[in-house]
Design a protein around this ligand. Structure first.
Ligand code: HEM
Length: 327
């Protein structure tokens, strides 16, 4: 006889009666499979309606659907924790800190100048890409393209002027930003490194303006770049007229001015080099530096700001949020 507890159906007993044990084993196995399948079907009968009910209920409340929870990864109740999570778990909002010292972001403290400078850079990038659709950096076409933009391209004049004005404003903005950082002493410990990144950003902002100046290939740009690059002759070490330049073997045909112009006069090569630096080289370097700059603002403890204060008038005011309501 098969041992009910023996999973091998008593096969191990050996000798006479082995055939019976085998039959008994088969029956036991069949019974188990049948019962198992029956149980599964029974479970499905009860599970499917319950799950379907849950899903229908879920559809009534969209915040419970799988699609919703896969996008928004936390509740939206108005608690301080959820407000913070709302900022932290959103790719755009998380660029800002979840909590800030309100005195540090007062307009009277920052003048909003860093942010304004950045937004101007965004406008410049956007309008600059659109201008690239119409402009060719060649002696024959450059100035004609500018005239074409001014007189014929739909919205061409406003596009070009947005780019020009944003460039002027960015230069003013970056100086004012640096001035306020200086006035508020925000260059001091622990922000010395970020001040230096800022100095590089200032240089690259000016270089962006300078390289853009030549692109219309008009008299203004031509002479500005002639004067500017002539000054480069006198660069220490790298200019052939600069201190120690001569000793280092600098000549008008291998010094920094030659490198900037791609020759010894302001001509087609200078136009092409200005274009490439202006549209590709400098914006990439400046963007990387801005990313580091913003990251450091956060890592250095947020915008410096005065010590947080509570005004006497605010002392009795109820706090926002459920804690204040005693929940
Ligand atoms: C493209 C140029 C620049 C951009 C887009 C930029 C952007 C910003 C932004 C958005 C902030 C946050 C606070 C605020 O808005 O005032 C900031 C902070 C700061 N920036 Fe700039 N900045 C630039 C150039 C500079 C320059 C030229 C300097 C100085 C040489 C500088 C030094 C600093 C410092 C030290 C802070 C921290 C200030 C604090 O914690 O109060 N930045 N920058």
């Amino acid at each position: 006889m098969a041992d009910a507890n023996n999973p091998n159906g008593g096969n191990g007993a050996g000798g006479a009666g082995n055939g019976d044990a085998k039959n008994g084993g088969k029956v036991g196995l069949l019974e188990k499979v049948t019962t198992g399948v029956k149980d599964d079907i029974q479970a499905l009968k009860t599970d499917i309606p319950t799950k379907a009910k849950e899903q229908i209920e879920g559809l009534k409340d969209p915040t419970k659907t799988q699609v919703y929870t896969s996008i928004f990864r936390h509740k939206h109740d108005d608690t301080p924790r959820n407000r913070a999570l709302g900022v932290l778990s959103n790719v755009f909002l998380h660029l800002h800190p979840a909590k800030i010292n309100r005195d540090a972001v007062r307009y009277s403290y920052t003048w909003g100048m860093g942010g304004i400078t950045f937004y101007l850079f965004v406008i410049l990038t956007y309008t600059g890409v659109l201008l690239m659709f119409y402009y060719h950096p060649t002696k024959v076409q450059a100035f004609r393209d500018v005239l074409y933009l001014k007189h014929d391209v739909p919205f061409g004049k406003i596009l070009r002027n947005m780019h020009r004005w944003a460039a002027h404003l960015m230069v003013i903005g970056v100086w004012l930003h640096m001035f306020r950082v200086f006035l508020t002493g925000s260059y001091k410990k622990p922000r010395e490194f970020n001040w230096n990144i800022g100095v590089l950003l200032l240089v690259f902002t000016l270089l962006l303006s300078f390289t853009g100046y030549l692109l219309p290939d008009d008299q203004l740009g031509f002479w500005a770049v002639t004067v500017g690059t002539n000054m480069a002759r006198a660069t220490p070490l790298l200019g052939h007229e600069g201190p120690f330049g001569h000793q280092l073997g600098m000549t008008p045909y291998n010094d920094v001015r030659f490198g900037l112009l791609g020759g010894s006069i302001v001509d087609a090569n200078a136009l092409l080099r200005s274009y490439i630096w202006h549209c590709i080289g400098i914006p990439i370097v400046a963007s990387v530096l801005m990313i580091v700059h913003f990251w450091r603002v956060r890592k250095d403890g947020g915008i410096s700001g005065p010590a947080p204060v509570m005004l006497e008038a605010e002392a009795d005011k109820p706090r926002r949020g459920p804690k204040a309501a005693g929940e």
